[in-house]
Design a protein around this ligand. Structure first.
Ligand code: NAG
Length: 199
């Protein structure tokens, strides 16, 4: 079982996902692609930083740790190959847990935001409010005209939060895999052939 190599693949996948999440969240702070006049005009969930912190920054640490596992774990620590590898795999479980929390947070924030709909300019009372309730706009596009501005705000909101939702889910699954992979590596050791049989 080459669990270090598997972890490296996870690390390589997690980094672009973290960068995309980060960018999606930044774009959500510009409703419809333009700077908002006031911060209150921006959907609250964009300020929860699910994509910037949860799926973004918090995910960089596990990704870097996973990437490093392949190199660390084949030579061990203090001349004890088996101990070093096992410690590295154990360490990776903690970081996979951090990643799980971050991605889970982003996933939940995105799900709430999709259900609630965007904050937008409602012409009838000329203020920024949440015109939709309980996800009703998802099944009835006629309702989208409630938002008179910013332009294409509903599409903007739905597209970006859907991307964050999907990325959050993928990251949860990948980090979950690494928890299991790390447990296997901790219990059985991880030898890729360079150490001559592990234990
Ligand atoms: C969609 O919403 C509009 C406006 O409230 C309503 O008139 C229409 O009946 C709704 N359509 C469906 C399929 O629910």
């Amino acid at each position: 079982m080459c669990s270090g190599g598997f972890a490296k693949c996870l690390g390589i996948t997690l980094i672009p996902l973290a960068i995309i999440s980060f960018l999606c969240n930044i774009l959500l702070l510009f409703p419809g692609g333009k700077p908002a006049e006031k911060n209150e005009d921006i959907t609250d969930e964009a300020w929860f930083f699910g994509g910037i912190l949860g799926s973004g920054v918090l995910m960089i640490f596990p990704a870097l740790v996973f990437l490093g596992l392949k190199n660390n774990d084949c030579c061990g620590c203090c001349g004890n190959e088996s101990c070093g590898k096992r410690f590295a795999m154990f360490f990776s479980i903690i970081f996979a847990g951090v990643g799980l929390l971050g991605a889970g947070y982003s996933f939940i924030v995105s799900a709430v935001a999709i259900n609630r709909g965007p904050k937008c300019l409602v012409a009838s009372n000329n203020t920024y409010i949440y015109p939709f309730h309980g996800g009703d706009y998802l099944s009835n596009k006629t309702l989208w005209s409630e938002c008179s501005g910013p332009e294409d705000i509903v599409t903007w909101h739905l597209t970006l939060f859907s991307m964050l939702l999907i990325i959050g889910l993928v990251q949860v699954v990948l980090c979950g895999f690494q928890v299991i992979n790390g447990l296997i590596g901790t219990i059985f050791g991880d030898c890729c052939g360079c150490c001559g049989g592990g234990d």
